[in-house]
Design a protein around this ligand. Structure first.
Ligand SMILES: O=C(O)c1cc(=O)[nH]c(=O)n1[C@@H]1O[C@H](COP(=O)(O)O)[C@@H](O)[C@H]1O
Length: 274
């Protein structure tokens, strides 16, 4: 099954556009959860168990694991997610980008070692840095397009003088991803919830691509404006929230609080659908 079909199925099953981001930060764990690699695993499992029927995807951010020597725990976590929520795809947030031969190793890491269903990529080294991921049939690749951070303006919002129409870099990228780069229908784009006008522009240029949209919750993005700008019948959106769910409570009730926060966000996103 293609990644986009898997995503649609999970969205249908759980009636959800919400991606639960797994960004485990040991210093924020409640008392009773070990502040080490095993605690990282256990914390994420508890959150996943509490939210599995509310999410259309899980997105572990690899740095939060690697920084604490918890790559083995990330492997085990993803295997465990398959048991907890077999229909819910896993997007490995790795933001990789490198020359082809190195990208082959990163692709192997994401899809063979971790068994992710999709990965986030930085496309700024060009198509040959993306192509190795597309050899994995059925897997998805989300290219950073208009990111949620203010510094995204520094490059992504600049105009390309040599391209007809002088599009902004993110607009040019959206066109490439919808068109010539999307050789097997595996590409999606990352657009920040903090910039709804740009989401709308990306959606106009890439009408059928899945959009991964982080930035609601801790970064203050507007859920209603996000869904209105990005959601189309032909083009799914996956709206990520990490910290607002993971740390909804700093106490022993963190999993229950995570569920309540996920439910509220899911309902808000659904209410905004036309
Ligand atoms: O690729 C991403 O997921 C991503 C892209 C982007 O433009 N902005 C962004 O915040 N992210 C990631 O999305 C998550 C957002 O986390 P919260 O702000 O806690 O919801 C983090 O894991 C970020 O690394």
């Amino acid at each position: 099954m293609s990644f986009i079909d898997q995503l649609r199925q999970a969205q249908q099953q759980n009636q959800s556009l919400l991606c639960v981001g797994l960004d485990p930060e040991p210093s924020r764990f409640p008392a009773g959860v070990a502040r080490n690699a095993e605690g990282i695993h256990d914390f994420c499992v508890a959150v996943a168990e509490a939210t599995h029927d509310l999410a259309c995807a899980f997105k572990p951010q690899i740095a939060y694991f690697a920084a604490h020597r918890a790559e083995g725990q990330l492997e085990r976590l993803i295997a465990r997610l398959r048991q907890i929520a077999p229909q819910v795809p896993v997007i490995l947030d790795a933001k990789r980008g490198d020359i082809g031969s190195t990208a082959e190793q990163y692709a192997r890491e994401a899809f063979e070692r971790y068994g992710a269903d999709a990965v986030t990529l930085s496309p700024f080294m060009g198509f040959d840095s993306v192509a190795p991921y597309l050899k994995y049939e059925g897997k998805g690749a989300f290219l950073l397009c208009r990111t949620s951070n203010p510094g995204g303006d520094d490059l992504q919002n600049q105009r390309l003088a040599d391209v007809p129409g002088q599009p902004r870099l993110y607009e040019h990228l959206a066109r490439l991803a919808q068109g010539p780069w999307n050789t097997n229908g595996q590409l999606g784009l990352v657009v920040g919830a903090t910039y709804p006008a740009e989401i709308e522009r990306v959606r106009a240029l890439a009408p059928t691509l899945p959009l991964l949209i982080p930035g609601v919750g801790a970064q203050g993005g507007d859920a209603l404006a996000t869904v209105r700008a990005g959601w189309r019948e032909a083009g799914p959106i996956v709206v990520n929230s990490s910290r607002a769910i993971l740390y909804a409570s700093g106490g022993a009730d963190f999993a229950t609080a995570a569920r309540a926060a996920a439910q509220a966000t899911r309902d808000q996103l659904n209410a905004a659908r036309p």
